[in-house]
Design a protein around this ligand. Structure first.
Ligand code: DUC
Ligand code: ZN
Ligand code: ZN
Length: 468
């Protein structure tokens, strides 16, 4: 087996940053040594002096090739996971989909078929339930027991597509409470939003910015509150809010957490940096690049500052991307003249590690919280710890060497995602992903990309180890 010694770097974990040498033996981390005390005669020495050595990023919210809005998300498991690796993400958890009326296991099989032989990094699945009924509830048990799928996403938005009503939500929560799964919630009041959308269109308000204006933060806060109440009725079923975007929703999560509830949330880089006015409100159809749900929020309110604060206080536990890329040409363009037909999604899988690191540089987050929110908590929350998310003996050798003196300029000319634009064009990062190991193999370094499609393995996940 090949041995690698990563020497002289600062190993960052949620509990601190220390200079140490990391020995990798085959696919796993064998030992962490005080500097200079590692073995001699290893196959490869990787000098990480002056660099951070962190666990590989885990992006728990991606949508490779998602059928959505009349088209498919433009990254396949091959293009999307290759881009992820370039950006220091060595594990993704993608959302398999049960469409309304479909057998859950058939939806899952379709997702396995998409990913098999394609992925460059390890991957797991959550399951979107688009039709909660007796069969779907039974399927939840089977997926938890046999398939390594222990989290289920429900939608309070998109009536007629993925929407679940309160009765369906309650039943799924009760089932999850019994089988140990986590319920993931898209919390926006879709029934009320659809009314606002129809009213806007009737007034001739068709530009992308009206996507944001018809999905106000109050309808995210209301749905968040309702989901928390329902999960309480389901005997504190563990509840995780995806893509939380706004202050009001965060207040609901914080209140539930203060009450000791099993309520958790993630946010995404787009809500930490981008705004309704600056991006979604760009002239003409340009704003379509940033149409996502929930929408970008107003720069005139305190959302972004509150989200950073939530990350510091752990009311927000994770930063994921909600990577759901669509090209402008032939995809976003489906909504020319009608914002409600623009496919919803932004592509960020390649940039999450960098964008959250910029928060460290800007004094908004500690180094330790960076690692915790992008790698360690994702692993714990979604049943992958300690195999992933930590630099410790016995863990998979998914490791990123990050150069704080490097620099990254983001843009369509240099990114690896299958998109004809970048939502992050011109963003500058005061740091750089230098070397990426996935299960002991260097797949990215200054020499380029060395991974292979199909080397990524499906991860059967356990239950969350993050619950109170
Ligand atoms: N929710 C997601 O999580 N991803 C894509 C679209 C959506 O509404
Ligand atoms: Zn969603
Ligand atoms: Zn999503």
């Amino acid at each position: 087996m090949t041995t690698t010694l990563i020497t002289g770097g600062t190993v960052v974990t949620p509990s601190g940053a220390v200079v140490a040498d990391v020995l990798v033996d085959g696919e796993t981390i064998a030992a962490v040594f005080a500097p200079g005390l590692g073995p001699v005669g290893v196959d490869t020495v990787l000098d990480a002096t002056g660099k951070y050595v962190i666990p590989g990023g885990i992006d728990v919210h991606t949508h490779m090739q998602l059928p959505f809005g009349g088209t498919f998300a433009s990254d396949t498991f091959a293009t999307g996971t290759r881009a992820a690796a370039f950006g220091g993400t060595t594990t993704i958890i993608d959302f398999a989909v049960q469409r309304t009326g479909e057998v859950v296991q058939d939806g899952l099989a379709a997702w396995h078929a998409k990913a098999a032989g394609e992925s460059f990094v390890d991957y797991g699945f959550h399951m979107i339930l688009g039709g909660v009924d007796d069969d779907a509830l039974k399927a939840m048990d089977q997926l938890v027991a046999d398939e390594g799928i222990t989290s289920f996403k429900l939608f309070m938005a998109y009536p007629g597509v993925f929407y679940s009503d309160d009765g369906q939500i309650l039943r799924a929560m009760q089932r999850a409470r019994d089988n140990g799964a986590l319920i993931m919630m898209h919390a926006e009041n879709g029934i009320a939003i659809d009314v606002l959308v129809q009213q806007a269109l009737a007034r001739g308000e068709t530009d992308p910015v009206f996507h944001g204006l018809t999905r106000p933060p109050a309808l995210e806060a209301e749905a968040t509150h309702r989901a928390i109440v329902l999960s309480g009725v389901a005997r504190d079923c563990p509840l995780y809010f995806v893509h939380l975007s706004a202050s009001g929703a965060l207040e609901q999560v914080a209140a539930a957490r203060d009450a000791g509830r099993n309520v958790f949330a993630e946010t995404c880089p787009q809500y930490l940096y981008l705004t309704l006015e600056d991006q979604l409100g760009a002239p003409g159809f340009e704003g379509a690049k940033w149409v996502a749900s929930p929408p970008l929020r107003s720069r005139d309110e305190s959302h972004r500052a509150d989200l950073w604060k939530g990350l510091r206080s752990n009311d927000l536990a994770i930063v994921s991307t909600d990577h759901c890329p669509f090209c402008m040409k032939e995809q976003k363009e489906l909504g020319l003249g009608n914002f409600s037909k623009i496919p919803n999604g932004i592509g960020t899988v390649e940039h999450r590690v960098d964008l959250v690191y910029q928060g460290v540089v800007d004094g908004k987050l500690s180094l330790e919280r960076w690692v915790e929110t992008i790698a360690t908590t994702p692993a714990r929350m979604f049943g992958l710890y300690p195999r992933k998310g930590v630099i410790a003996p016995g863990s998979d050798a998914d490791i990123v060497v990050y150069d704080p003196n490097g620099h990254t300029t983001i843009g369509v000319a240099t990114h690896h995602m299958n998109m004809d634009h970048s939502a992050w064009e011109g963003y500058e990062i005061d740091g750089r992903v230098e070397t990426v190991l996935s299960r002991g193999e260097v797949i990215v370094d200054s020499g380029g990309f060395h991974g292979a499609a199909g080397r990524g393995r499906f991860l059967r996940r356990g239950l969350s180890s993050y619950l109170v």
